[in-house]
Write a protein that binds this ligand. Sequence first.
Ligand SMILES: CC(=O)SCCNC(=O)CCNC(=O)[C@H](O)C(C)(C)COP(=O)(O)OP(=O)(O)OC[C@H]1O[C@@H](n2cnc3c(N)ncnc32)[C@H](O)[C@@H]1OP(=O)(O)O
Length: 169
Amino acid sequence: MLSRTAFQSKTISTDLVLPSETNPLNNLFGGELLARMDRAASISARRHSRRIVVTASVNHVAFNRAVPLGSVVMIEAKVSRAFSSSMEVYMDVWIEDRESGDRVKANEAIYTFVAVDETGRPVKVPELVPETELEIQRFDAALRRKQLSLVLAGKMKPADATELKALFE
Ligand SMILES: CC(=O)SCCNC(=O)CCNC(=O)[C@H](O)C(C)(C)COP(=O)(O)OP(=O)(O)OC[C@H]1O[C@@H](n2cnc3c(N)ncnc32)[C@H](O)[C@@H]1OP(=O)(O)O
């Protein structure tokens, strides 16, 4: 089956933080960022698979830095690994300084999407070929994260999570 690089799925969403999207501290509301990341990541998964995609899991989100009102927020999403029908999408979130134009890393997130047909049944996706050192690191760790996500969702027995067990051996 066809393969695609991570770069081919690269999706950058750039948007402002408006007053209606903030919490009482005038920082971006967490749920708003989750929704923006879901949109960027779903486009990335769609670019990789060229299929309908659905969010299967939000695997990890780290709200390391508050995003103030008026900020320009950039979300960079790329597929980090493709399995049979599922794709892990890794996102880096940056805030852009108005005066200097410098970017500061605010958050990271990892979502899983599944490619489906018109009836919602999972379908196969192309392989993902990582190219850069960071893409290779993320690719290598993705199977471990998939197993952890499946164990937490009650879809895999801990005893079958070979990659997780290997961490402790
Ligand atoms: C863009 C949007 O926001 S869409 C709206 C939100 N999302 C939805 O409505 C999705 C609702 N859920 C579903 O439709 C189904 O549960 C699906 C399509 C995600 C999975 O369907 P299932 O019947 O469980 O299929 P199945 O067990 O074959 O799993 C399909 C793939 O999903 C993976 N998967 C399922 N659940 C998870 C999970 N919690 N974490 C990671 N991977 C998962 C499986 O490992 C499998 O991957 P693989 O084919 O690459 O090995």
